[in-house]
Design a protein around this ligand. Structure first.
Ligand SMILES: [Fe+2]
Length: 357
C-alpha cells in the first residue's frame, strides 16, 4: 500500500511539473482504422535514445503505412556503460531525450506509429509483473506514443493494442503484445560461474502456473484473432519461434509459446509474427498441424551484437543480418495476398528477403 502511494505520488509530482514527451515537439500519430489498403509496414527495436538514429530516415524513405516500435525504444535503465535504478522522473527524462532526437522527430512527424515495450523501455532489465513502477511507466509510455486520454488502454493493465486497417477484403490486423506487465519471473539457467551476457541466461519453465501474457491479455488476444482480417501481423518484443538462445524469449514459457502458435495456426487469413530484442535480424519458420508459421525478427536500430547470431536456431530460414536494420513487411494484394519480408539496412538496401509461403 505504502509503495503504491509512493508511486502515485511520484508520478503525479512529475506529471504536474514536466510536459509530456509527446508534447515536446515530437508528437506521435497513431494510424487510423479503415482507409486504403496497407502495403508496407515497417518495424524496429533496440535504440539508444541519445545516439543518432539514421536508420529511421531509411524507414521514412521506405514510405511505410505505419511504423511498429517493438521495444527498447529507449534504454531507460542503462547509460551506455552501466545499469542504474530508475524512477518515474528518470524514465520521463529519458523519453524526453528520444522526443528531442532529430532522427526520431523526422520519423514521428511523417509516419504513424504503434508501439509496445520490452524490458529497457518498461524500466528494468529482465523485468516482469514484479516491477514496482509498472503503472507509472505505462502512463509515461502511453503519453509518449500519443494514447488518447481516457482510452480503454489507459484504464487497464498492460500496453497491448491492436488495429484493423484497410477496406473490405484487404484488411490488415496489427496486434502488439505486451510481454512485460504480466510476465512471471523467469527461471535462470544453470551455467558456469562467471559466464555473463544474455545468451543462455534463462531456461524453459513448464510450470502451468507461470505466464508471459497473463489471463486478461490471453482472453483479449483470443477475441482479436476472431475479428475478420486477410493479413494479421502479431508482434512481440521477444522472439516467438526461435527458442534456443536462452535469452528473453517465448521459449522460456514453452506452454504459452505452444498456445500462441496454435492460436495463430487456426486464425483466418495469413499471419506473420514479428519480433525484436536480439540485436540482429533473421526469419524463423515452423509448422503447427501442417500450417506454416513465420517469425520475422528485426533489431537493433543503433547497436547490434555479433555473438547472438551464432547461437543455434534450427528454425532459421533467412538471415542473419548483423548490422543496424529495420524490418519491412510488403503486401501485394492479389487473389491471396503475397507477403515479402525484408531486412533493410541504414542505407535503405535490402540485405535479405523472404517470401512468406
Ligand atoms: Fe534491446
Amino acid at each position: 500500500m505504502k509503495l503504491t502511494r509512493a508511486i502515485i505520488l511520484a508520478y503525479s509530482l512529475f506529471a504536474s511539473t514536466a510536459s509530456t514527451a509527446s508534447t515536446a515537439g515530437a508528437a506521435v500519430t497513431q494510424p487510423q482504422s479503415g482507409g486504403r489498403a496497407f502495403t508496407r509496414i515497417a518495424f524496429g527495436s533496440c535504440a539508444f535514445q541519445w545516439e543518432k538514429q539514421p536508420v529511421l530516415r531509411a524507414v521514412v524513405a521506405s514510405r511505410p503505412d505505419v511504423y511498429l516500435s517493438l521495444g527498447d525504444a529507449i534504454y531507460g535503465d542503462y547509460d551506455g556503460e552501466k545499469s542504474y535504478p530508475v524512477t518515474a522522473e528518470s524514465l520521463q527524462r529519458e523519453w524526453k531525450v528520444l522526443a528531442d532526437n532529430p532522427d526520431w522527430k523526422y520519423l514521428s512527424s511523417r509516419v504513424p506509429i504503434m508501439a509496445t515495450w520490452d524490458n529497457h523501455d518498461y524500466g528494468h532489465y529482465g523485468a516482469g509483473e514484479e516491477f514496482p513502477l509498472k503503472e507509472a511507466s505505462a502512463q509515461i509510455f502511453l503519453d509518449f506514443f500519443g494514447e488518447p486520454d481516457g482510452s480503454e488502454r489507459r484504464r487497464r493493465a498492460g500496453v497491448y493494442s491492436s488495429g484493423i486497417f484497410g477496406p473490405e477484403g484487404k484488411k490488415v490486423q496489427i496486434i502488439l503484445l505486451d510481454t512485460r506487465t504480466f510476465k512471471s519471473p523467469p527461471v535462470l539457467a544453470q551455467r558456469p560461474e562467471g559466464s555473463g551476457g544474455s545468451l543462455g541466461k534463462f531456461a524453459p519453465n513448464v510450470d502451468p502456473e507461470v505466464t508471459l501474457l497473463g489471463s486478461s491479455q490471453w482472453q483479449w488476444l483470443e477475441r482479436e484473432l476472431q475479428r475478420p482480417a486477410q493479413v494479421r501481423l502479431i508482434a512481440s518484443s521477444g522472439q516467438i519461434v526461435a527458442d534456443e538462445k536462452g535469452m528473453d524469449e517465448w521459449g522460456n514459457y514453452p506452454l504459452e509459446r505452444e498456445r500462441l502458435l496454435q492460436f495463430v495456426a487456426v486464425a483466418d487469413g495469413k499471419s506473420v509474427l514479428l519480433s525484436g530484442n536480439v540485436h540482429f535480424s533473421e526469419v524463423s519458420a515452423t509448422t503447427v498441424d501442417s500450417v506454416g508459421i513465420i517469425d520475422f525478427s528485426s533489431s537493433g536500430l543503433t547497436h547490434v551484437n555479433k555473438v547472438y547470431p551464432q547461437a543455434p536456431n534450427r528454425y532459421r530460414v533467412a538471415g542473419p543480418f548483423v548490422d543496424i536494420n529495420f524490418g519491412l513487411v510488403e503486401i501485394s494484394w492479389a487473389e491471396t495476398p503475397e507477403i515479402v519480408l525484408k531486412a533493410v539496412d541504414v542505407s535503405g538496401h535490402t540485405q535479405f528477403e523472404y517470401t512468406v509461403p
